[in-house]
Design a protein around this ligand. Structure first.
Ligand code: DP6
Length: 358
């Protein structure tokens, strides 16, 4: 099945070069939670690709007798992330064998602080995959379609959610009969959506900027012996169909119901795992409650979603941005750590900044 992503090295591979990409983070509306080896999702998921939270990564590579990697994060040589990248490289070795003929210097930086509690694996691993597979695109003359598909496939092996960041405005990952061309191995772009979603806003209210106590990887694993897992996977599959229709119609009332149900189900899976755990903090709940109050009072189409952490993503259409931002300043920043929040919105996916081969 994965054979199509294997690749042979040949003499067209460049001697050296440099490539730079930016790749965004994403926020899932239907959540991926539960997987089997290797990085195959237990259910399909769908996310908004973001615009402002992104990773910028460049690689400088040169043919060498022996493969080696160097990593710079925010301009400083870094060892701790290097281990993660080496694990990733090892996982993709059969699909990107050409990497091992180079010395590669990776330089990477995020637009959002590492300590913001925003996962950087989706943007970080997709940005690196874009850079690495660019070498192959050049040597083997891949079409754009082949290139992005392979990048999404490679990103998935690094971090599941990363494979959805390859496409704006919406990425769908996981095989589902209602989504033509969908696959467990890579994400596809989904474009049949009402214009209201092209500029949808995501203001991330930073409740807890600390490191998560339980990693996503552990959380995914706990779904394997979870008493409610098959019900949850069925629900996610049904939500994909419902959300497809909602995204097309632009029915924000239905959108809110489905998106919040997904977020709370994700966290209820965590709370009912064995061992159980809670990633929300008291202020996560205070924010949710306040948002529900404001929504009822002001009749605003605002809703929340959560990823595997305590921060709250506040989602709303662009036309109420001014009003929502003033509500945030007045009623919500008191619950944010150091009154911090990040304004983001739906974006168009990765951007090639520079490429040069010799
Ligand atoms: C709750 O993609 O971080 O954000 O594949 O182990 O790297 P790994 O997990 P990861 O899980 C994301 C979980 C989520 C939901 C989602 O983004 O769909």
């Amino acid at each position: 099945m994965t054979k199509k992503f294997h690749c042979a090295t040949n003499s067209n591979f460049p001697l050296k070069g440099n490539v730079k990409w930016t790749s965004p983070s994403n926020i899932a509306l239907v959540k991926y939670w539960g997987k089997r080896p290797v990085q195959i999702p237990a259910n399909p998921s769908l996310s908004f690709t973001l615009k402002n939270c992104f990773t910028e990564t460049s690689i400088e590579f040169e043919k060498a007798e022996k493969f080696s990697l160097e990593l710079y994060v925010d301009g400083k040589k870094n060892k701790s992330f290097l281990n993660k990248i080496e694990t990733f490289i090892d996982r993709i070795k059969e699909y990107c064998p050409y990497i091992f003929h180079y010395h590669i210097k990776i330089k990477t930086t995020n637009t959002f602080p590492h300590s913001s509690g925003i996962a950087s694996s989706a943007s970080g691993l997709s940005a690196l995959a874009l850079c690495l597979v660019s070498i192959e695109k050049k040597a083997l003359n891949l079409s754009d379609e082949e290139f992005y598909k392979k990048v999404s496939f490679i990103s998935r092996l690094g971090s599941g959610s990363a494979c959805r960041s390859i496409y704006g405005s919406i990425g769908v990952w996981g095989e589902h009969a209602s989504f033509n061309g969908s696959s467990d191995e890579y994400a596809i772009s989904f474009t049949d959506i009402s214009p209201v979603f092209h500029s949808y806003q995501d203001t991330i209210l930073l409740v807890d900027k600390g490191k998560k106590e339980i990693s996503s990887t552990v959380g995914h694993d706990l779904m394997n012996n979870h008493p409610y897992s098959s019900l949850r996977y069925n629900q996610a599959n049904n939500h994909m169909v419902q959300l497809k229709n909602i995204l097309k119609s632009g029915d924000l009332f239905e959108f809110i119901k489905l998106v919040e149900k997904e977020a709370l189900t994700l966290h209820s899976m965590m709370m009912t795992s064995d061992p159980y755990f809670i990633l929300m903090k008291p202020n996560t709940l205070s924010i949710i409650q306040k948002i529900w109050e404001i929504r009822a009072e002001r009749k605003l189409p605002i809703c929340i979603t959560l990823d595997a952490g305590a921060n709250v993503h506040l989602l709303y259409p662009n036309n109420i941005k001014t009003e929502v931002l003033s509500v945030i300043e007045k009623d919500l920043i008191v619950y944010c750590e150091n009154e911090q929040y990040i304004c983001d919105e739906v974006g168009n996916g990765p951007k090639l900044i520079m490429e040069h081969y010799a």
